[in-house]
Design a protein around this ligand. Structure first.
Ligand code: HEC
Ligand code: HEC
Length: 543
């Protein structure tokens, strides 16, 4: 029904903030005209957190007051630190120029561009053959996770999609009154909500990611296969991640979309007798309506396992994803493929519930859900209609649990469902335009203050801004009903031309084109609607 998103902009810029004038070489991919590839790579280093802080003090973005040295250093760790492991960095799976997430087309384009990218280390190193499911990664961008314990990593595993890491400051607070998920873990990280080791915080999540993804062998011996992060590195990366994406929640009762169908979608989203989305995704975010904090739910989506290899225990029992809990249990405790987790063959570890994600960032980060639900498409409307599918959300534990409070199921017409999709597209387009403007404005500030000496960072910011504009155009043009914000579509196209001109111009004379691009983005943004204020974090300026 909906066209799959084929346009993607791939940006994994590899120049170091430590070397303000160093820049990776750019290369265009000509195999697929829809795929624009920029320089790809990563660099290992033996720098300490303090080394990075010292170097960041001289970063033009820090000198100009656009970002703090701590956030700069955290961003540098995220993009470049390998922790003595297999060469991967956080941006191997959370690429800044691709909304910090992976999908199948992106993975395939990256492989065509650079088969030696550390993301693919499992294909080149026999000791790491069991680190990933090649089929899962290439078909849907799904990644192997030993979320229920590392004791038998090639048998006891599941595959999950890579969540973006945008807006984390607003999405990970744990609701202590959640009947389904306990506290601790103190913060709801990852799709299960219990992704982080130790105290379960975002700060500790880094340590778990290193052990899962960076290791040189599946023995995962600390000091041999990788090194652990130091307390300073944990602090810096934590602060950086909290400054990515937006740093504020919307108030959907105040928001007004000037596209009438999108605004109808907002009302259906809020209406407890129709979409009821706001009950779990308060203000299109990740929090529960009654408490403003994150809760876990079993939406039933788990009964369609992620595409790729399936773990099989020694006794032949397959392993499916049970979400929250279940860590270090010897035997599966729930029926992973059954809508009722207590009925059927026990083949999953957990309680069947998953962490609610934010929807503002969703429209350009499909496919959706923890399994990149392969039976749905990549368009946001596909995910919306899952909620009125009687053999989908309709039969879920979450739907049953809502019964006393809402006696009738979630119900909306096809037009209303498409209106919800249009509403989520509009919120995402506004977010993309704000990110583009933030990066363009920073490039203009750097041009004014330091001219050609910060040229490489300016170009990096311009490319990242362009990636957001490209996303905005895709989200607008894939709406089932056209036209959709036609003035914005025109202005975004003009802004992209100005960005191309700015990148092509000599470093000493690109200021005019950058200013023109900022004006075009402002003109594109103003018709979207009123009271859509995301308050973006300064981490968006790092890469
Ligand atoms: C090989 C791919 C891969 C690499 C490398 C990787 N991640 Fe992830 N990341 C994932 C997957 C898959 C998930 C979902 C895990 C889950 O559900 O528990 C995830 C989840 C996350 C989350 C949770 C986001 C949320 O909304 O709750 C954070 C934070 C995160 N990663 C940070 C990092 C950091 C920091 C690094 C670098 C140390 C890193 N990741 C490296 C694949 C990766
Ligand atoms: C009972 C709570 C609940 C309700 C009601 C609810 N959701 Fe969700 N939503 C969730 C949870 C939990 C997830 C994550 C499920 C998973 O991946 O296992 C989710 C995931 C999503 C995703 C995927 C986001 C991504 O980045 O992958 C979309 C889109 C979504 N919901 C849209 C909606 C819409 C639209 C509505 C209203 C029609 C709605 N939700 C109602 C709890 C809810």
């Amino acid at each position: 029904m909906f066209r799959k998103i084929s346009t993607l902009t791939l940006l994994a810029l590899s120049f170091s903030s430590l070397l303000a004038s160093a820049c990776g070489s750019a290369a265009e991919a000509d195999a697929d005209p829809d795929v624009e590839l920029e320089s790809v790579g990563s660099s290992s280093s033996a720098l300490t957190g303090q080394d990075r802080l010292t170097a960041c003090a001289k970063d033009p973005r820090v000198v100009a007051g656009l970002v703090s040295a701590r956030i700069c250093a955290g961003g540098d760790i995220f993009a470049r630190e390998t922790f003595g492991g297999n060469g991967r960095t956080c941006t191997s799976c959370h690429p800044i120029g691709h909304n910090t997430t992976l999908d199948g087309p992106f993975v395939n384009a990256l492989f065509a561009q650079n088969p030696n990218d550390p993301l693919f280390v499992f294909m080149n190193d026999p000791a790491l053959a069991g680190l990933e499911s090649q089929n899962g990664l290439f078909s849907f961008g799904n990644v192997l996770e030993n979320v229920d314990g590392f004791e038998d990593p090639t048998h006891k595993f599941i595959l999950r999609s890579v969540p973006h890491t945008l807006g984390l400051s607003q999405t990970i607070s744990a609701d202590p009154t959640d009947p389904k998920a306990t506290v601790p873990p103190g913060e709801r990280t990852g799709w299960g909500g219990d992704g982080a080791p130790g105290d379960g915080s975002l700060r500790a999540f880094l340590q778990g990611a290193i052990k899962q993804h960076y290791t040189k062998t599946l023995t995962r011996e600390v000091g041999v296969d990788f090194r652990e992060a130091t307390p300073l590195e944990l602090d810096l990366t934590n602060e950086f991640q909290r400054s990515l994406g937006r740093t504020r929640e919307l108030d959907l009762n105040q928001v007004n979309l000037s596209d009438p169908i999108a605004n109808l979608g907002r009302q259906v989203f809020l209406d407890p007798n129709k979409g009821r989305c706001n009950f779990c995704h308060l203000n299109a975010g990740a929090n529960f309506q009654d408490t403003g904090k994150g809760r876990n739910f079993d939406t039933e989506i788990r009964t369609s396992p992620a595409v790729g290899d399936i773990g099989v225990l020694a006794d032949g029992t397959p392993v499916f994803d049970g979400g929250f809990g279940g860590i270090n249990l010897a035997q599966p405790n729930m029926a992973g493929l059954s809508a009722d987790p207590n009925v059927g063959d026990k083949n999953a570890f957990g309680n069947g519930t998953f962490n609610t994600p934010s929807l503002i960032e969703a429209a350009d980060t499909g496919p959706f859900f923890h399994n990149h639900a392969s039976f749905l498409g990549s368009e946001i409307e596909n995910a919306v209609f899952f909620y009125i599918d009687p053999s989908g959300f309709g039969r879920s534990e979450a739907a049953k649990d809502m019964l006393p409070r809402f006696p009738s199921p979630i119900a909306f017409t096809p037009d209303e469902g498409n209106a919800i999709g249009r509403f989520l597209r509009a919120l995402n387009v506004a977010f993309n335009l704000d990110l583009a403007k933030q990066r363009l404005s920073a490039a203009r500030t750097l041009f004014t203050r330091s001219g050609a000496s910060s040229a490489a960072i300016q170009v990096g910011l311009l490319r990242l801004a362009d990636a957001e504009l490209n996303d905005a155009l895709t989200v607008l043009s894939h709406a089932p009903v056209q036209p959709f914000y036609p003035v914005s579509v025109d202005q975004i196209g003009l802004a992209r031309t100005e960005i191309a001109n700015a990148i092509a111009a000599p470093a000493s004379s690109r200021g005019g084109s950058i200013s023109n691009a900022v004006s075009r983005v402002e003109t594109a943004r103003s018709p979207i609607g009123a009271n859509i204020n995301y308050n973006l974090g300064s981490g968006n300026l790092l890469f």
